[in-house]
Design a protein around this ligand. Structure first.
Ligand code: GLA
Length: 360
């Protein structure tokens, strides 16, 4: 590759379009010293492109998405977005807190999914880019009002994206509230380490650092059990191609239409630890996911069906991307045995997730 063509380390901003209400949104491009780039819009805090070199140094965009805001406004299955106030499902859109029942927006049959009808993925966030620290940083803030999608409490949210020279995209999530509320923030990037639109992800080799997962019912709501992965297609403790067992006659795979489950990460507490590693053999690209969270959702684009056309006119067919959504477990507000997701007014919600890229 022509070295002089490498983009310079820095941070740039350009217009990305206007929402249907006419609100202008921008695209911020963070570039590190190795020409790795993350382009992020303040519409939904969405990671629009992520440019990562392969083992020959050739760059490719490894996330699915759209070239302009219009694509995201028209139809996006949460491509690259920040998910909130609650990542994944809350059964029947209902939970009880301090003896009172709350009813949330139902947007996934009768369940509540990814924050409801207008989740954080569809909000325009206040944005501030900065090069003042060591690394290019984008700080996004959003005030989720009391009552939004059925949640109580004004929730002030800050998400910081940092791109380091060690090829890490680090995401810090913080929130404070004035009334107790469940909070479970994540990012919904669809990765394809061979390059977006290049094919399905069945050949990606995956390791998940988890001895247990949370089995679901047919509506993808956890039953409450923490089940051992031993002897099941959920055992990714040794790196295994995602496609190796995906067609097995297995009740859980049948409910999910493939993998669409939460794993219980092996860890002691809230420390930053390795949750998952993905390797794509043809490009040599590897991605490791570190997090302070107790769980991770693997979703393999089971609902992609070729009807969405993304960047560079690529058609997103079945299983063309995989999501590794770090999180607390789905339906925690109704599962007393799961780690609590309730944030109280005198507490600060604070989690960190890092996607680290390398080659092998
Ligand atoms: C999550 C869910 C999936 C699906 C996708 C978005 O990962 O678990 O069932 O809703 O988001 O399409």
């Amino acid at each position: 590759m022509n070295i002089s063509a490498l983009p310079e380390r820095g941070l740039a901003r350009k217009p990305f379009g206007r929402t249907t209400d006419g609100v202008p949104v921008d695209l911020y491009t963070l570039t590190n010293s190795n020409a790795m780039q993350a382009a992020i819009t303040n519409y939904g805090g969405t990671v629009v492109t992520l440019i990562v070199p392969d083992r020959q140094g050739r760059p490719a965009d490894v996330v699915l998405g759209y070239e302009s805001l219009d694509g995201y406004l028209a139809d996006s299955p949460y491509f690259g977005s920040i998910i909130g106030r609650y990542g994944n499902r809350i059964g029947k859109g209902r939970f009880t807190l301090d003896g009172k029942e709350y009813t949330l927006a139902q947007n996934d049959n009768d369940n509540h999914l990814h924050g409801g009808i207008k989740g954080f993925d569809k909000a325009v966030w206040q944005a501030k880019g900065s090069l003042a620290g060591k690394d290019p940083t984008l700080v996004l803030t959003y005030l989720s009002k009391d009552g939004e999608e059925g949640y109580q409490g004004n929730l002030a949210v800050t998400v910081r994206y940092v791109l380091t020279d060690d090829n890490e995209l680090v995401i810090h999530y913080e929130a404070t509230t004035d009334k107790p509320t469940p909070v479970n923030l994540t990012n919904h990037s669809y990765f394809n380490l061979a390059g977006q639109g290049a094919g399905d992800i069945l050949g990606h080799e995956l390791m998940i650092n988890a001895d247990r997962f949370t089995p679901v019912d047919e509506g993808l709501i956890p039953t409450g059990e923490l089940r051992s992965v031993t002897g099941t297609p959920m055992d990714f403790r040794k790196p295994t191609a995602i496609g190796a067992r995906i067609n097995r006659d297995d009740e859980q795979l049948c409910f999910g239409g493939g993998y669409d489950h939460n794993w219980v990460l092996n860890k002691r507490g809230r420390e930053m630890s390795l949750a998952a590693r993905v390797y794509e053999p043809s490009s040599g690209r590897m991605m490791e996911v570190f997090t302070t969270e107790p769980g991770i959702q693997l979703y393999c684009g089971n609902f992609l069906d070729g009807s969405l056309v993304g960047k560079a006119s690529k058609v997103y067919e079945h299983r063309y991307g995989l999501c590794l959504e770090t999180q607390h477990f789905p339906d925690s507000p109704s599962k007393p045995n799961f780690p609590s997701t309730i944030v109280k007014p005198d507490e600060k919600y604070s989690t960190t997730t890092m996607y680290k890229f390398s080659i092998k």
